[in-house]
Design a binder for this molecule. Structure first.
Ligand code: PLP
Length: 459
């Protein structure tokens, strides 16, 4: 697989270069030159089996099959179960990794790919990451103790939850946490400046592990496929279905890596009717879908803080996938944004209705799904409607189209205790791994938001 820059001013590169560079030399993001097709999966395939089959199609010319299997088995060694809330609503639980958030998928896969590509090199690599919460801990855990790699994490002081901060700052070893006097956008700007700094890059081999690294996105496309396969297996096989599912994913979005990975899966052939881009008040992309103007602005703090992003970097990839065709993008994506008040109400409502505790990010996804259904599905049809389907084997036939919504559950609610517990009036059981981490002493280094200070530290 070759990867090209969204800015089109750097040459196409192989996987190794794309992964180790992070950002292309022209400042663009790497995109696959052509997407592989999704093979036919058996409904009983495990997540690892699906991940392996898809990984092979992405990277088989770059890494031998046997090593791909090792990478998949060690990176993606936890499940992504689909949980049923009602006949037409499901959540895809993406919090079963070590840091209890979906970023474990991307971070672990990327860390293992980098470790693989660097195993014969004598050059040390510095991974530089800006985080608004979950990226940093997922990356830190993914790279912890990987030989030849140093991890430097920048996070906004007071901008992450106590638990997130502990997960970032308690590993030690090859992981350094810098507590920046500023907001997430300052952290992201500092990292970008470092990558553009030729003098620094001569001295230090730098790589990024933000969702700008293509290796983060590749495995995130896998669980969309796995979700659809689990949905099918729960329904049983019907060769001539009278009921056709129209699958809608609601994706709680900040930097839009997760949603872009979903778009990859759709372009690879996964039958997805729509993606709902659900955001908090940082609504640059929903606004773009509405007005056609992309207007980044400083991020605002919300209770779904991992989505407090004012200039989502993967927007460039979304544009590239659709060649800037706004109408085509609108056909596949709806965008809605919600306030903290609405988010709290959603946590409460879901808890009362289904007995399921959501974190604030997934609650935003639930709001987005509701809004989508209320504004697009005619109410008297209750989410289903009749339509004529054309099948290659049977020709046209009548079927009922039923909308099935899947929320991506991006984090375990225990990571956001301060927000969630008062809303539901209940204690949330804390997973044991988290309790251990909370009992450890925080180690971080304060940093101003001036680039010179970061540079000095990195040199
Ligand atoms: C990072 C994060 C998001 C946003 O994902 P993007 O890929 O940046 O859009 C949503 N929820 C949680 C819990 C996150 O950590």
């Amino acid at each position: 697989m070759k990867f090209v820059s969204t800015n089109h001013r750097s040459p196409a590169v192989g996987l190794k270069e794309a992964v180790l560079n992070g950002l292309a030399p022209d400042g663009g993001l790497y995109m696959p030159e052509a997407l592989p097709r999704i093979p036919l999966f058996a409904d009983t395939d495990s997540f690892q089996e699906i991940a392996f089959e898809l990984s092979k199609r992405w990277i088989e010319n770059d890494i031998p099959e046997r090593d791909i299997r090792t990478i998949v088995e060690s990176a993606l060694n936890f499940d992504a179960p689909l949980r049923r809330l009602s006949d037409s609503l499901f959540v895809l639980e993406l919090f079963h990794g070590p840091t209890l958030a979906f970023k474990d998928f991307g971070a672990r896969f990327m860390a293992r790919l980098m470790g693989y590509f660097l195993k014969d090199s004598d050059r040390d690599l510095t991974i530089l990451v800006a985080t608004s919460g979950d990226t940093g801990s997922a990356v830190a855990h993914g790279f912890f103790n990987v030989p030849g790699i140093r991890v430097v994490i920048l996070y906004p002081r007071g901008g992450v939850s106590e638990i997130q901060e502990k997960q970032l700052t308690t590993l030690g070893g090859n992981v350094t946490a810098l507590e920046v006097d500023g907001v997430f956008d300052d952290c992201q700007r500092l990292v970008k400046e470092a990558f553009m700094d030729k003098e620094l890059r001569k001295k230090r081999a730098l790589s990024s592990a933000n969702s700008i690294n293509i290796a983060r996105l590749i495995p995130q496309s896998f669980y969309y496929c796995y979700a659809v396969s689990q949905l099918r297996s729960s329904e049983g096989a019907d060769p001539h279905p009278r009921i056709q599912d129209q699958i809608v994913f609601s994706v709680p979005s900040g930097n839009f890596g997760n949603l872009t990975a979903g778009l990859f899966a759709k372009k690879m052939g996964l039958p997805v009717a729509k993606f709902v881009a659900s955001t908090n008040l940082n609504d640059v992309v929903p606004q773009y879908l509405k007005t056609g103007r992309f207007e980044p602005r400083p991020s605002r703090k919300t209770i779904s803080n991992a989505m407090d992003v004012g200039n989502p970097s993967n927007f460039a990839r979304m544009q590239a996938l659709y060649q800037g065709d706004l109408a085509a993008l609108r056909a596949d994506i709806r965008g809605y944004s919600f306030s903290d008040v609405e988010t709290r109400e959603a946590i409460q409502e879901v808890y009362k209705t289904y007995g399921v505790i959501l974190d604030p990010h997934t609650a935003v996804a639930h709001l987005g799904m509701k809004e989508y259904l209320e504004t697009t599905i005619r109410p008297h049809e209750g989410g289903s409607f009749g339509a004529t389907i054309r099948s290659p084997e049977r020709g046209p036939f009548r079927a009922t189209i039923r909308t099935t919504g899947i929320l991506l559950q991006t984090a375990h609610p225990a990571k956001f205790l301060d927000v969630v517990e008062p809303v539901i009036g209940q204690k949330i059981p804390i997973p044991e791994s988290l309790e251990r981490c909370m009992a450890t002493q925080k180690k971080s280094i304060p940093l101003s938001n001036r680039y010179e200070d970061l540079k000095e530290r990195l040199m």
